[in-house]
Design a protein around this ligand. Structure first.
Ligand SMILES: [Zn+2]
Length: 517
């Protein structure tokens, strides 16, 4: 499409408005225009005026001109002339050759309501749904569209051939990368110089992740601020919690590729999540997470049987838990990777009988202390349950003083902690904004296999989700480790900046994501 756009751009620049030839195109003329007389030059719609403006949906950031119609639809290419009050819509599709007719009709149907609106607004509109087959065969709709626009002779032939070849090469490129599970925007070599020999070369290298782009060698660009190849997410109205969760979840990519490979059926949420995460690290312009938010909204609404308003303040651990639950429904890998089993034994101090429970937990709540390591120690330490916390002993048949010990019976490759920052103070819930030190980025978690064997598993900090505010009003952001450069990024909605490791020790860390890789 890029190529078609650049051909059109240069065509508009070069095409001098000429007198249109007398033909059945007479109905294209506006009142007061010169009557057609000249028949010598090939003329098309684009020759009618010189004020054509071209808009193209190349990076998804154009809006349909509101003076023509208010619409959410975005045709691939829009050409309009304010003077003529005329607009040309071009929709380019590359289906399989055998499906071309179906696609043609689909596209015409898709835009039929828009055409009505445009006509009501007293604009003249042409819609061209053009197809270039995936194997390189350009449909007749392409040549007919180009001819109507005013392309002729060599230019017409060349444009058709080029588009056909590019379509075929793109298909070949996709085929070449059929075994690659990662997606990055391929760099198509579409330099449209005068010599229009455009040849997109498949670079399979780009598909093996973008590590090469992130290495220090490529960041040597002197005197220029290094553009981070890690995008932020647009806040769609109080959706910072979702943005922070997305960033934190992006830190275990191996999990995602496995998740996708393994599951035949994938939930709408998991699909939206993978889609959004696959864009991270591949671009620096902000990502619109609307598809993810919609999927999340649908999921939670269904779960709660009441419409969930995505644009309201949320507790991130609660939302994260819902996402994890959904992933686990789709994938056993998710369950294995994320769940920790906590074994708790309570012993009666009077009769010395004990009871044990083992509970699976995806997000382990740790008491807040001044460091993560001591919070974990505190969590695993022996607790004496006295007074109000006494335990009901079934043997004594009464509440008794008791001793409680918790330990990890197993844990997955990813362990997620939530620091208990909400405290109850005289019946009011307030935030405890103590600073939590993260001395080292690795954390040792003892896993008690049985009474005699305890494994020490080492985890590496991958991400933190931070929160500042009150119970009902506040803001979330995330710190994430960028594996390629082993550096830390602060991801605050659309803003992504490099930070020091020391910045992670702060008074706002709320959720901590650790992983063994
Ligand atoms: Zn007892």
């Amino acid at each position: 499409m890029k190529d078609l756009v650049s051909k059109l751009e240069s065509f508009i620049k070069e095409a001098k408005p000429s007198k249109p030839k007398q033909s059945n195109k007479i109905h294209f003329l506006k009142e007061g225009q010169k009557p057609p007389t000249n028949k010598e030059k090939p003329t098309g719609i684009l020759h009618l005026t010189s004020d054509w403006v071209l808009l193209a949906d190349l990076n998804g950031n154009y809006y349909f001109p509101p003076q023509i119609a208010l619409t959410q639809l975005r045709p691939d290419i829009v050409l309009f002339s304010q003077r003529l009050k005329r607009v040309i819509l071009i929709e380019l599709t590359s289906p399989c050759e055998e499906n071309m007719n179906t696609w043609h009709m689909n596209k015409l149907n898709k835009y039929s309501s828009l055409l009505n609106v445009i006509k009501q607004n007293e604009w003249y509109v042409d819609l061209f749904a053009i197809e270039v087959g995936a194997r390189g065969y350009p449909s007749t709709t392409l040549s007919s569209c180009l001819k109507k626009l005013g392309f002729s002779g060599y230019l017409l032939k060349d444009t058709i051939n080029t588009l056909g070849r590019i379509s075929m090469e793109c298909s070949f490129f996709i085929w070449l990368c059929r075994n690659s599970k990662e997606w990055s925007t391929p760099v198509l070599n579409t330099k449209t110089s005068e010599n229009t020999s455009v040849s997109p070369k498949p670079k399979a290298k780009n598909f093996s992740g973008e590590k090469d782009l992130n290495t220090k060698e490529t960041k040597k660009t002197p005197n220029k601020t290094v553009q981070l190849k890690h995008a932020g997410f647009i806040n769609k109205g109080n959706t910072c919690y979702a943005n922070a969760i997305l960033q934190a979840m992006s830190t275990f990519p191996s999990f995602w590729s496995r998740q996708l490979a393994e599951s035949g059926t994938i939930s709408p949420l998991a699909r939206a999540l993978s889609l959004n995460l696959s864009l991270l690290g591949k671009r620096s312009s902000p990502i619109d997470p609307s598809n993810f938010l919609r999927a999340l909204q649908n999921l939670i609404s269904k779960k709660r049987s009441i419409r969930f308003n995505i644009n309201t303040q949320q507790d991130a651990p609660e939302i994260l838990q819902i996402i994890i639950d959904n992933l686990k429904e789709v994938s056993v890998v998710a369950d294995d990777a994320l769940s920790s089993s906590l074994h708790t034994t309570t012993t009666c101090e009077i009769c010395h009988s004990f009871s044990s429970v083992e509970i699976k937990q995806d997000i382990v709540q740790l008491p807040l202390t001044n460091s993560v390591a001591s919070s974990l120690n505190n969590f695993l330490s022996t607790k004496y349950c006295r007074e109000n916390n006494r335990y009901f002993c079934s043997l004594c048949n009464s509440l008794q003083d008791s001793v409680r010990i918790s330990s990890f019976a197993s844990c997955g490759n990813i362990i997620i902690f939530q620091l208990i920052r909400y405290v109850d103070q005289n019946g009011r819930t307030i935030m405890d904004n103590r600073k939590v030190k993260i001395f080292t980025d690795s954390l040792t978690v003892p896993v008690k296999i049985d009474n005699t064997v305890t494994l020490k598993r080492t985890f590496k900090l991958k991400a933190t989700i931070n929160y500042r505010g009150t119970l009902n009003l506040g803001h979330y952001w995330a710190f994430i480790r960028e594996e390629a450069t082993d550096s830390w990024l602060k991801c605050n909605d659309t803003s992504v900046i490099k930070v020091n490791f020391n910045d992670l020790s702060n008074d706002s860390s709320y959720i901590l994501v650790y992983s063994t890789d």
